[in-house]
Design a protein around this ligand. Structure first.
Ligand code: F6P
Length: 350
């Protein structure tokens, strides 16, 4: 093995460039040449790749996004697409940096074409099984907390209620973690499985308790994961009707953070995790591993240990099963998060 390839796929995440940089440096250290694939699996199908030099990638660790570009590839969902992609690799091993869909593609590429593939979890949603954190999560959380602090300033100034919608696709991790850190009064996540009327009733009760009595609050922040089916616009309208009727017409507004959550320079933690996972991925390929993902697990729960005490290797098939359980609610991790959210609900509203 004298050459390896690397691609970034799916939603970009802060820290992807730090991962690319570390892969190039670690591989070069082992005498390997690294080829960067343009625009994820789409670029691989078109054979769009070029060498990456250590000096060239030196500055990119501090940049958000991904210098390689990313894409969601419909063509790669077909066996023909994957076979064409594999043909361009010409037996070069591949590191895939991406989220759930990207790692699913990596597993299919490895099992259906024999390509040697190691995955690195990178998704702000933190919706990948077996890894405590994905690359990008820490930066996204810091972005949400800073934005929420700003909204809180103006909400207090005008005594307003704000619904702040955050990304996360079907996973409520960003909403839950940021709600606690930013001092929100409520948090809505899909995993709670609450019916729409229950959500509305609970929030109306929260507004009543928060905005009346001897020491009424100057602001109420509700952080809502985008995976919650109740549209933010309708939620605001329902709560505004309630405050108009019962609470003197306190203003209810919305801020949808959207892709702001995915941009920005990666935090220390994302750079650190990206670097250590990258070294684990290069080492795994050198040791002949394939169809694996390097996971960030400071507590080392299962998996095959690596030279880094916080990095372990899991079979991609196992990772994908755990990911499915995370999202369908059967995972103990999700059940624990929902239980924690229920505990928080009694506290953060005070
Ligand atoms: O998976 C990362 C993510 O940012 C999700 O949180 C979000 O729902 C989705 O990507 C948005 O995808 P796109 O950028 O293609 O609109």
């Amino acid at each position: 093995m004298r050459r390896i390839a690397v691609l970034t796929s799916g939603g970009d995440a802060p820290g992807m460039n730090a991962a690319i940089r570390a892969i190039v440096k670690a591989a070069t250290r082992h005498g390997l040449e690294v080829f960067g694939v343009e625009n994820g699996y789409d670029g691989l199908i078109d054979g769009r790749m070029a060498p990456l030099q250590p000096r060239e990638v030196d500055p990119i660790g501090a940049f958000g996004g991904t210098i390689l570009g990313s894409a969601r590839s419909g063509r790669f969902r077909t066996e023909e697409g994957r076979a064409l992609a594999a043909s361009h690799l010409q037996d070069m091993p591949l590191i895939v940096i991406g989220g759930n869909g990207s790692l699913t593609g990596a597993h299919l590429l490895a099992t259906q074409t024999g390509t040697r593939v190691v995955g690195m979890p990178a998704s702000i949603d933190n919706d990948i099984g077996c890894t405590g954190l994905c690359i990008g999560v820490d930066t996204a959380l810091n972005t949400i907390v800073q934005a929420t602090d700003r909204v809180a300033d103006t909400a207090r100034a005008h005594r307003r209620v704000f619904v702040i919608e955050v990304m996360g696709r079907h996973c409520g991790y960003l909403a839950m973690a940021s709600a606690v850190a930013a001092g929100a009064e409520a948090c809505l996540i899909r995993e709670q499985g609450k019916a729409e009327q229950k959500i509305l009733n609970d929030l109306k009760a929260l507004l009543h308790v928060s905005l009346t009595g001897d020491s009424p609050k100057r602001k109420v922040l509700i952080i809502k994961a985008e995976g919650v089916q109740l549209p933010t616009e309708r939620l605001v309208s329902e709560l505004q009707a309630y405050t108009d009727a019962q609470l003197g017409g306190v203003d209810v507004r919305a801020t949808v953070l959207g892709h702001v959550v995915r941009g920005g320079a990666p935090s220390y933690q994302d750079r650190m995790i990206a670097g250590r996972l990258a070294i684990g991925a290069v080492e795994a390929l050198l040791q002949g591993s394939t169809d694996r993902m390097v996971a960030w697990q400071p507590w080392s729960e299962g998996g095959v240990p690596t030279s880094d005490p916080s990095v372990v290797l899991f079979e991609l098939e196992h990772v994908l099963r755990e990911t499915e359980a995370l999202l369908d609610g059967t995972s103990p991790v999700t059940r624990r998060r929902v239980r924690m959210m229920e505990t928080y609900e009694g506290v953060i509203a005070l």
